[in-house]
Design a protein around this ligand. Structure first.
Ligand code: KIV
Length: 271
């Protein structure tokens, strides 16, 4: 029987066992109680309270402005909804880079104030000290390599990363370092599928891809993108499972019309 069908609570150990058995891991983002309830009911393995909240919830152009307090607000709502999934929370920009003490205190705030199960942060060798310190407090860490949206002003663009040998070699080296230091999983974002497959084969911890092809241990998408709530963002890797933008627009237009024409409320919808 598949692990994902039998486990009552997904832990970091369950994810590693899933990789060992060749069972794929399904991960989605969520930022609020109502959506997280649906995802958990559907038996998603991992819910990521991503700093993509900065884009899809707050309307910023990048993930840079979202604050630790805002991430804690989002994550606390998600955790209240979840019974089964592992909840991972992004450490936002400026809360862990270059200062491992600050990294630890940011991660501790997330764990204490939200009840989440793990944190995620972007980067390899540059943030190893921060990761080590967070791990030393018993907080599980998920790494994130490839396209790292918090470094958008360094990259200058959201194009596919690690297409040249130097960047690919550095990514493989970083993935090994993240495994050795004790991360329980790594997200690889928008890199060539061949490279992602190589990393997933070489490394024992689960590799979760977004725009990294199918030869990895699991997939993650931003919920608002896969549901078709966002319209303007359509990279090649994004499969839209719904067109909720149109559905919601249609429902709201019908409601407005019903109010204006006195169709709503009717006799049965009043006291
Ligand atoms: O913030 C986010 O949603 C993410 C995913 C794209 C992996 O980091």
């Amino acid at each position: 029987m598949s692990l994902h069908k039998t486990v009552r609570k997904v832990t970091t150990h369950v994810l590693i066992a899933m990789k060992l058995r060749g069972e794929k891991i399904a991960m989605l983002t969520a930022y609020d109680y109502s959506m997280a309830r649906i995802l958990d009911k559907a038996a998603i393995d991992v819910i990521l309270v991503g700093d993509s909240a900065s884009n899809v919830m707050a309307g910023h152009d990048t993930t840079i402005p979202v604050t630790l307090d805002q991430m804690i607000y989002h994550a606390a709502g998600v955790v209240r909804a979840v019974r089964r999934a592992l909840v991972v929370v992004d450490l936002p920009f400026g809360t862990y880079q270059g200062n491992s003490r600050k990294a630890l205190s940011s991660a501790i705030r997330i764990m204490k104030e939200t009840g989440a199960h793990a944190v995620k942060l972007e980067g390899g060798s540059e943030v190893l000290k921060s990761i080590q310190r967070i791990l030393s407090a018993g907080i599980p860490v998920m790494g994130h390599l490839g396209l790292m949206p918090q470094s958008i002003h360094k990259f200058g663009t959201y194009v596919v990363r690690a297409t040249d040998d130097d960047e690919a070699d550095k990514l493989v080296e970083d993935a090994h370092s993240l495994e050795e230091v004790g991360c329980f999983a790594i997200v690889l974002e928008k890199i060539p599928a061949k490279l992602a497959g190589k990393v997933a084969r070489e490394i024992k911890i689960p590799i979760i891809g977004i725009g990294a092809g199918k030869d990895v241990d699991g997939q993650v998408l931003v919920l608002h993108d896969m549901l078709g709530i966002t319209q303007e963002f359509s990279p090649r890797f994004l499969r839209r499972y719904h067109n909720l933008y149109q559905e919601i627009l249609g429902a709201v237009e019908t409601y407005i019309s019903d109010v204006r024409t006195l169709d709503f409320p009717n006799d049965k919808e009043q006291y």
